[in-house]
Design a protein around this ligand. Structure first.
Ligand SMILES: [Zn+2]
Ligand SMILES: [Zn+2]
Length: 238
């Protein structure tokens, strides 16, 4: 199998242990860094230059360091590949092909008021990076799943847009808007739902505060927006 993949010019490696030879063409399905195992499709944070937030990326595949260069030259230069021995679990000899997640501020249009603090855009921008720049596993949820989380932490992100880095295009390019301010949903901002029209409002957009609304909503009472109150001429009995 090894010889087939490398072509007719592959070194014979007579007498060497076949386990080592096979390693060269082995598809690496996971790597182990410290106590953590990283698989293809895992989403990870990666070391960024000092002062910057960690980079976030999805692992697409693993490859042996310098493997690509060797392939290019292998026809002319049949050097033995003994240096590829024992590549498994040695982070600095493994490259990782990743697709980047962008933070809103890293996109061409920048961070908007409706972007959540833990929002990411799934981009089409890919790179090869060294496995030893991986810091830890993180989770990227859909917005719906993120909203359902009982508690959030710094390793929990959400993604509702994909982003084409070259053209700065977002998908979807339209999203539902809420409130009088016509803003897409930002999970970091408190909103209240009108029991009648089911529209959602930010407290500050209806001249109240979260505290006031929370107080009003104590004990099962529903909240109704001004429009609905006027439309139905409901008498406030309390
Ligand atoms: Zn609003
Ligand atoms: Zn209403």
């Amino acid at each position: 199998m090894t010889a087939e993949n490398e072509g007719a010019a592959a070194p014979s490696n007579n007498g060497e242990q076949t386990t080592h030879n096979k390693t060269t063409n082995k598809v690496i399905k996971y790597i182990t860094l410290g106590s953590e195992t990283y698989n293809i499709h895992d989403i990870v944070s990666m070391k960024a230059p000092e002062g910057e937030k960690p980079y976030i990326a999805k692992i697409l595949r693993f490859d042996v360091h310098d493997e690509k260069d060797k392939k290019k030259t292998s026809d002319k230069n049949n050097k033995k590949r003994q240096t590829d021995e024992e590549i498994e679990n040695i982070a600095d000899k493994v490259n990782v092909h990743v697709s980047w997640y962008y933070r809103p501020e890293e996109s061409a249009s920048g961070r908007k008021a409706f972007h959540g603090e833990y929002e990411l855009f799934a981009s089409d921008h890919t790179d090869w990076v060294k496995a030893n720049t991986i810091e830890s596993k993180i989770h990227v949820y859909t917005l719906a799943d993120y909203q359902e989380l009982e508690s959030v932490n710094e390793n929990a992100f959400f993604c509702r847009f994909s982003y084409k880095a070259a053209t700065s295009e977002f998908k979807p390019d339209h999203v539902q808007v809420f409130c009088k301010c016509s803003m897409p949903y930002n999970p970091d901002l408190f909103m209240v739902e009108c029991g009648e029209c089911k529209e959602w409002y930010h407290p500050e957009c209806i001249n109240t505060s979260k505290e006031e609304l929370v107080e009003k909503l104590k004990g099962d009472s529903e909240w109704f927006c001004d429009e609905c109150v006027h439309k139905h001429k409901w008498a406030k009995t309390t």
